[in-house]
Write a protein that binds this ligand. Sequence first.
Ligand code: TXA
Ligand code: MG
Length: 342
Amino acid sequence: MKPDSMSLDPALVLALNEATSRLERGEVVGLPTETVYGLAGRLDRPAALEKIFRVKERPFFDPLIVHVDSIEGAKTLVKDWGPLPQALAEGFWPGPLTLVLAKNDKVPDLVTSGLDSVGVRCPDHSIALELIRRAGPLAAPSANRFGRTSPTSWRHVQTEFGDQVFVIPADESRIGIESSVLKLDGDRLSMLRPGMITTRMIEQSLHEKGLSFQWVESVKASEAPGQMKHHYMPSIPLIWVESDLSPLQIRELLNQRRSELPIEVEGVALQSAPKGQSYVHGAELLLPREASLAARGLYAELRRLGESGADHLFFRFQLEMQGEEWGAILERLTKAASLKLS
Ligand code: TXA
Ligand code: MG
């Protein structure tokens, strides 16, 4: 797990050093991970934690995930580390699984939005792990403005925040969508956000270790504050299509039904065609058949199409998009869509 810093590109070594000293000074940095890029600050720097919310324009009621470099690191943040988190961390860390557990006093209330639980995750990325080793646990949400598409390359982060944020210019995120968020309360599990670690994989891993557990339905809104909102929205309307309408028919229906498009969703403004004008140029979001490839390219493609000169996007749901991995992708697209045509 430990990267050999000497084998890193010299530019990345310099960027790591720069990021370490900025974090030390209480600044925030753009952090590469295998899921999406994060906007990271040290847990012991309140100014950095505040800056994360300010720069992202994120409401204070939406808690941050804390990134650790090991199981030992996670144990320092939670009340009890029982057999279930141990088994899941052994099975899936480093990797795209966030465990929500009862927190201890080391975790500032700002990070958890006053909740008594904290989300912890050990990212599967050598640069992220090295930075955590140097700087300690890092609080980091995805490095996008609130309600917008998560970044999967360092350039996305730069486009989003410009000079406000120093980003480590590492590789593109390999997974491409955010981690699965699993809440644990004793032996009761609930999946707060689906991701590439699926409920099936979790069940199998726990069964293999002979551990018992039960699934409980995803909880009150106050326990899952991030799940209520329409995240992931591109800058122009995305239309979810379930039939074989032609691009022209999609455009006509969109123009007929444009009054149904939200102007704003939960405080996030959406762009629409200027008053009196029609939508004229649609672009189709095409995804590979294989779920892991579709996830990897999803956000970059949404951004690219959003900047391509099109004034609306459409995505055709296909019956082959089955299984839990597709479920995680479709969950993002459902939230990103402004209108459904069937
Ligand atoms: O893959 C990821 O998880 C990325 C990378 C950077 O690690 N991070 C990420 O963070 O997606 P963010 O803040 O964009 O999404 C975290 C989600 C939010 O929906 C938040 O509400 C939820 O996790 N969350 C965090 N702590 C929680 C807690 N204590 N209880 C319930 N939900 C929590
Ligand atoms: Mg996010």
